[in-house]
Design a protein around this ligand. Sequence first.
Ligand code: SF4
Length: 236
Amino acid sequence: MQVSEIYRSIQGESTYAGLPCVFVRLTGCNLRCTWCDSEFSFHGGRKMTIDEVVAEVDNLQPSTGNRQLATGNCLVEITGGEPMLQEREAVPLMERLLAAGYKVLLETSGERPLARVPMQVVKIVDVKCPHSGEPGTFAMENLNALQPHDELKFVLTDRTDYEFARDFVAEHRLAERVHAILFSPVFKKDAAGTRDTSHCLLDPEQLAHWILAENVPARLSLQIHKLIWDPAAKGV
Ligand code: SF4
């Protein structure tokens, strides 16, 4: 498989936010979201076997790793780019990591079929909103592949995106089908330097008002890695 980077950091944007996590970022994406913050992963990287990826993930565990594995708490997130473009290798990789005792997260746009993703994997599906530049790319049949532990994320730039997400959640009764629905204000693409929410294209306070006013069953989610480190930092 073609791998952009493997590193250990803090999970930044899901209900697992704040937990230590090893990220396996696969190369390549078939979408071009206007606010994408990982364009560096579209090309390049290195060819690795599944054995090599698993060994590197194992090596990134701290000395307490075995104890964490025994309790199933050690997180690995498969991300990209779009990891499901490499489904033939990504699915066996997920199976190997699960068998080794890892809790596995998969970050995906849901444009590719998700039916073959192992059931134990927590899918974090980023449904593209109207102003993402890639609206309508979520494959609706993937709604049938959702598990109760999965999470759906909507990255929002403005009221139009918010209303799309609100209506999509209601229309498909998503609150009854998944563990969490995440509404996340998008960070400006060129954000750098100060680590605060002034970089958000949609003010989180405004979003909070909308969610509260309409009692939307969503969790307001901030990309906490962009508040912990410089928003332009890579590998965090
Ligand atoms: S799907 Fe993800 S990696 Fe691909 S362009 Fe959109 S934000 Fe970037």
